[in-house]
Design a protein around this ligand. Structure first.
Ligand code: PSV
Ligand code: MN
Ligand code: MN
Length: 396
């Protein structure tokens, strides 16, 4: 692709920010609080709005139903807060893992009453989506078992099929159900939706409005994620991504911090698909990260700009030359073509794209200079005092 087309292809990359990435979150061993962390949903939208302001490509925010909506209140109130901060509500994420009822699972639970509760929540989420004008319901399940023999794996699979179908049947015409997989954690023996094949099989049974969500952190070490992406693209079954990076397990690190070449290879598959079919696939690109140590807004800007950088590099792959090398079995040249795109300096391209949009060429620098962090640190410290919130008891 020419540099000019690579710049244009950046318009395709809209990245959704996770509301939960701006609040105090941590590991199960402890949280390290940040003075500037969001106290409530309005703060999360304000921070997301700032990331969007400086990067120009993050117009939507993923929300978690239990954490971002007030029970019994019109969900439109939350949408209005988002709008005030210059962003829109993106994917709706059901919470099927925190209620005590879900000790043995949600859709996979052996107790029909618990399954019904979970299904009611799933349906409620799609109604919330309709109310706020969001067409993505993004399911992730903590379901599974911890010990061999704990439950019937096949019975759990069938319970999943039935519960998902009950939720699927209630989707509005334009809504899409994304089904995310994860190999382990919190379940340590068997996870009900453990890999892309399981997610794919469930989606296939449901119908055209169900698609697979690939969370880049949810794979075994050394798994070939770009192959999974290529297959899902070819089957028209790739609905979305959760961006993050990992070294060991689901570490939720910033994108490309450990293995940027892998993200490049994933993006390369998407550009290759677009080159072959003439258009980019409809994929929801979303970030799923929580930052315990890195400053939250900076971490988000870092991931967004890294995604753009790797996307632009992958766009630069010389597809014609690659095709020639592939057809003639020239493995060395084929690999070199990828590597030279990966090694090219795309900062002038990104600067041009940003300039066209009236953005600063360096979003991180511009954000740091803006004084926003100092402002929210003062504001949130004062509000915490007024509300009597100490940071070791707050949970946003
Ligand atoms: C837990 O692994 C998780 O990170 C999943 O990736 C979900 O997408 C996310 O939490 C939000 O529910
Ligand atoms: Mn995820
Ligand atoms: Mn995860």
């Amino acid at each position: 692709m020419t540099p000019e087309n690579a710049i244009r292809s950046l318009d395709q990359l809209k990245i959704e920010l996770p509301s939960w990435g701006f609040a105090d979150t941590g590991t199960r061993f402890g949280k390290f609080f940040q003075t500037g962390s969001a106290i409530n949903t309005a703060d999360k939208f304000a921070d997301a709005g700032i990331v969007n302001k400086f990067t120009g490509c993050c117009p939507t925010v993923a929300v978690h139903v239990l954490w971002d909506f007030v029970a019994g209140e019109d969900p439109k109130a939350t949408a209005e807060i988002a709008a005030k901060n210059g962003v829109k509500i993106g994917s709706i994420n059901p919470n099927l893992f925190q209620d005590q009822a879900y000790k043995l699972g949600s859709f996979g639970n052996p107790d029909a009453e618990v399954r019904e509760q979970a299904v009611r929540h799933g349906i409620e989420c799609s109604k919330i989506g309709e109310a706020v004008g969001s067409n993505l319901i993004s399911y992730w399940f903590a379901d599974g078992t911890n010990y061999p023999g704990q439950d019937s794996i096949r019975a759990r699979k069938r319970r999943f099929e039935n519960c998902l179908k009950s939720c699927y049947d209630e989707l509005a015409e334009d809504q899409v159900m994304l089904i995310e997989y994860k190999p382990f954690e919190p379940a340590f023996y068997q996870t009900d939706v453990a890999d892309w094949g399981m997610s794919y099989a469930l989606c296939k049974k449901l119908g055209a409005q169900a698609k697979v969500l690939v969370d880049t952190g949810h794979h075994y070490t050394s798994q070939n994620i770009e192959q999974i992406v290529a297959w899902l693209l070819d089957e028209e079954m790739l609905g979305g991504f959760h961006f993050n990076d990992r070294r060991y397990a689901d570490d939720d690190l910033t994108l490309g911090s450990i293995d940027p070449y892998q993200i490049f290879r994933i993006f390369n598959e998407i550009h290759a698909y677009a080159a072959e079919t003439g258009s980019y696939p409809e994929i929801a690109y979303m970030i799923d990260q929580s930052h315990n140590l890195k400053p939250k807004i900076e971490a988000m800007i870092q991931t967004v700009t890294t995604a753009q950088e790797l996307w632009a590099k992958a766009a630069l792959v010389d597809r014609e030359a690659l095709g020639v090398a592939q057809r003639s079995g020239n493995i060395v040249d084929a690999e070199t073509i990828l590597k030279s795109a990966y090694n090219s300096d795309v900062s002038p391209l990104l600067a041009k794209w940003r300039e066209e949009k009236g953005l600063d060429a360096d979003p991180m620098e511009a954000y740091r200079k803006s004084g926003y962090l100092q402002q929210i640190e003062a504001d949130r410290t004062r509000r915490r005092k007024e509300l009597g919130i100490t940071q070791d008891s707050s949970y946003a």
